[in-house]
Design a protein around this ligand. Structure first.
Ligand SMILES: [Fe+2]
Ligand SMILES: [Fe+2]
Length: 296
C-alpha cells in the first residue's frame, strides 16, 4: 500500500461523523452468535447436552468474546493517550486525540452489550500482551504492531463478528467499529517507515510477533475452557478430543496466513520471512496447544 500522508488521514478522521448506536444494543448477550460460529456444534459435549446446557455455554462463549473485544478497546484508549503525549508534531497529536475518541466510543458501545460486572473483569492473556506493547514499545514499533498488524487484522475480525451476528443492533455496532478501524490502520501506515527502525526495535517486533503467532496457532482454547467447565471437567484424552473437535484446521491456517499478509508490510520482508522460517505460521498440534492450556 502506498503511504498516505498523515494530513490526509487526519482530515478524513476529523471530518467523518460518528454513527449513532447509543440505545440499540441489548444487554442480554445470549444469542449474538450461534454454535457454528464458535465451532461448538462439532463437539461431543454439545451434541449430548440439553437445551439449557447449550444455552448456558453459548452465553459464556458470547460473553468471553465481548470481554476480549472490550479489553482490546481499553488498551487502544491507553495506547492513543500515550501516543498523544509522545507525539512528534501537532498533526500527530491531533490524529491520536481523534483516534482516542473513537476507541472510547468503541469501548462504550461494547460495554453496553455486557452486564457492568463483566466490564471490571481482570484482563485476559491477549489484553496483557497488548498492555506490554503499549507500555514498552517505541512509537515506530507500535505503529507497526498495534496499528498496521492488529488494527488491520481487527477490521476483518469485526466484519466477521458483524456478518455472523444474530442481532441486527449488535451487527451495526460491529460494522461501525470495523469502519473506524480502517482509518486507524491507515494512520499507522502513514506514520510507519521501516527504514527508520533500529535493531532494538526489530528485536522487540520479532519477540512480539512470536508471541502473537503462538496465541493464534494454539487454537480455540477459550472455547475449550468453557466447554470443559460446562462438562464438569475432562479426562486428558477427552480434553484432547474436545480440542480437536472444536478446531477448524482450515480456519486456523487462514487466520495465520491473514496475519502474515499484515506482517509483510512494505520494508518488513525480513520479519515476514523470519516468522515463516520459524514455523510460526503453522497451527499447533493439539498436544502442543494443550501445554498452553490452564486446566480448569
Ligand atoms: Fe477500536
Ligand atoms: Fe482502533
Amino acid at each position: 500500500m502506498k503511504r498516505p500522508p498523515l494530513e490526509t488521514v487526519c482530515r478524513k478522521i476529523a471530518s467523518r461523523s460518528a454513527a449513532d448506536l447509543r440505545a440499540d444494543a441489548p444487554r442480554d448477550a445470549r444469542c449474538i452468535w450461534n454454535a457454528e460460529f464458535f465451532g461448538l456444534h462439532r463437539s461431543r459435549f454439545w451434541r449430548s447436552a440439553n437445551e439449557a446446557a447449550r444455552e448456558a455455554l453459548l452465553r459464556r462463549c458470547t460473553s468471553n468474546l465481548l470481554r476480549e473485544a472490550l479489553g482490546i478497546e481499553r488498551q487502544a484508549m491507553d495506547y492513543c493517550a500515550r501516543r498523544v503525549l509522545k507525539a512528534a508534531s501537532l498533526l500527530e497529536k491531533q490524529v491520536y486525540c481523534l483516534l482516542a475518541a473513537e476507541e472510547a466510543r468503541h469501548y462504550h458501545w461494547l460495554g453496553s452489550l455486557l452486564p457492568e460486572t463483566a466490564t471490571a473483569d481482570s484482563p485476559d492473556a491477549f489484553a496483557c500482551f497488548l498492555a506490554r506493547l503499549v507500555m514498552e514499545g517505541t512509537p515506530l514499533a507500535q505503529s507497526y504492531l498495534l496499528q498496521i498488524i492488529l488494527e488491520g487484522w481487527g477490521v476483518s475480525h469485526y466484519q466477521r463478528l458483524a456478518a455472523a451476528s444474530l442481532d441486527p443492533a449488535v451487527g451495526r455496532v460491529m460494522s461501525g467499529i470495523a469502519r473506524d478501524e480502517v482509518l486507524h490502520y491507515a494512520a499507522g501506515v502513514a506514520h510507519f517507515d521501516a527504514a527508520l527502525l533500529t535493531q532494538d526495535e526489530r528485536d522487540f517486533i520479532r519477540t512480539a510477533l512470536a508471541e502473537l503467532c503462538t496465541m493464534l496457532a494454539s487454537g480455540p482454547l477459550a472455547v475449550l475452557r468453557e466447554t470443559e467447565i460446562a462438562a464438569g471437567g475432562f479426562a486428558p484424552a477427552e480434553r484432547k478430543q474436545a480440542l480437536e473437535d472444536l478446531t477448524d484446521a482450515s480456519l486456523s491456517v487462514a487466520r495465520l496466513e491473514r496475519l502474515a499478509r499484515f506482517v509483510a508490510h512494505k520494508g518488513m520482508a525480513e520479519e515476514a520471512a523470519w516468522v515463516r522460517d520459524r514455523g510460526l505460521l503453522t497451527p499447533f498440534a493439539s498436544e502442543a496447544s494443550l501445554r498452553l492450556y490452564e486446566v480448569v
